[in-house]
Design a binder for this molecule. Structure first.
Ligand SMILES: Cc1cc2nc3c(=O)[nH]c(=O)nc-3n(C[C@H](O)[C@H](O)[C@H](O)COP(=O)(O)O)c2cc1C
Length: 365
């Protein structure tokens, strides 16, 4: 009997896509063009919408639909803020700002004023996704309330939840989530841990994926450190039925990343990456540049999420203008040095062909 082709997995079947390659949501740096280009190719484009007001999310969905008739995912954060964000005050704000102020001034930027935190509710954002009947709804930082998951299932919206430990994979499955994205600590962006603190949940992809596969019956998608066909083949060998790649897509021209950010990844000189809470208040991975090192020094007075994120914008804008990538948050995963994006089509074509070469021994395409 002929073996199944590598791309015929429960993930591609559930999502109705040709190739189980997910362009990971890039909250804040997603673009409708990128999402739709990946979906049009036959993968799953995702849009990271956690920072958007509900009406803006509605517009994004409409635009993606105008660019592709294929399935795509919208992504939210179940936990939108640290509890301390509500009580974060002007005193702590000024302390955190004092470390950035000299740089903002030297770059000719505007010093930010303290403003109390204004929350956006996950439930309101999720309402938009449900009403719009999006093809897929992915999330990190927890498990949505039961009513939301039940409604998604009724509407035929495929749910994908992110796990950073095997225990989180089990919790997602028990809640009825249909696909588990096992995100190893190599990944760029935030660590979406929700059962234990992110610092205590730092499992590598090679270790996490087979443990998640053993722990749950639902299909597992591997994320973190996958940058080429070798990585995809390795993830499948570990039992994954799909992959989610972020940094590689961030490097593509269609992403919402600033050109300085894309250049830093594509230069092949991204060097080390490191984890920091300094970019936003929550643990995340980026290129270990001067900014990250400054923020990781003791006594920097990091504010809670997302207040710190707001503060960092005051430095990002003038740093971008001045071409200072040493002072930008350069989100990237540990495999940034492997990232190449000659164009979305070419990238995906080479991933698909390279994976088939490695995995389709006597299989039917
Ligand atoms: C800039 C950036 C933003 C991200 N934003 C989100 C997000 O909002 N939601 C989410 O589930 N994952 C997010 N991720 C994670 C990616 O979707 C993906 O899982 C991860 O990048 C995979 O690891 P890699 O970077 O090694 O490819 C983000 C990653 C990056 C680099």
């Amino acid at each position: 009997m002929m073996a199944k082709a590598w791309n015929q997995t429960r993930v591609s079947e559930l999502l109705g896509i040709e190739y189980p390659i997910i362009q990971g949501p890039l909250g804040g740096l997603s673009s409708q063009r990128l999402t739709s280009a990946v979906s049009n190719f036959g993968g799953l484009g995702s849009f990271g919408a956690h920072g958007l007001e509900p009406n803006a999310i509605e517009d994004v969905i409409a635009e993606i639909r105008s660019l592709t008739a294929k399935p795509f995912a919208m992504n939210l954060w179940v936990s939108m803020e640290d509890a301390e964000a509500h009580t974060s005050d002007a005193v702590t704000f000024r302390k955190a700002l004092s470390h950035l102020s000299p740089h903002i001034e030297a770059l000719g930027g505007t010093q930010p004023e303290f403003a109390p935190y204004k929350p956006i509710r996950f439930e309101d954002q999720a309402r938009v996704l449900l009403d719009a009947n999006v093809p897929a709804f992915s999330f990190i930082y927890g498990i949505p309330p039961k009513e939301i998951l039940d409604e998604a299932r009724k509407r035929g919206i495929v749910t994908l939840g992110t796990a950073t430990t095997p225990d989180e994979a089990i919790a997602l499955e028990q809640a009825g989530v249909e696909v588990v994205v096992a995100s190893g600590f190599e990944a760029g962006g935030h660590r979406g841990s929700f059962l234990r603190p992110a610092q205590d949940s730092l499992t590598g992809t090679f270790s996490l994926v087979p443990q998640a596969v053993d722990a749950v019956k639902v299909p597992v998608v591997a994320a973190g450190g996958i940058a080429d066909a070798r990585g995809i083949a390795a993830a499948f060998a570990l039992g994954a039925e799909g992959v989610q790649m972020g940094t590689v897509f961030l490097a593509c021209e269609e992403s919402g990343a600033h050109p300085l950010h894309r250049q830093a990844i594509l230069s092949g000189r991204a060097g080390r990456t490191a984890l920091t809470q300094g970019f936003t208040g929550r643990l995340a991975r980026g290129i270990d540049n001067e900014l990250l090192q400054m923020l990781n020094k003791p006594g920097t007075g990091i504010l809670p999420y997302p207040v710190q994120r707001g503060l960092m914008r005051s430095l990002a804008l003038p740093a971008q203008k001045a071409g200072r990538s040493d002072l930008l948050a350069l989100w990237a995963g540990q495999s940034a040095n492997l990232a190449r994006c000659p164009g979305i089509q070419q990238l995906l074509q080479s991933l698909v062909e390279g994976t088939a070469e490695r995995l389709n021994h006597g299989a039917k395409e």
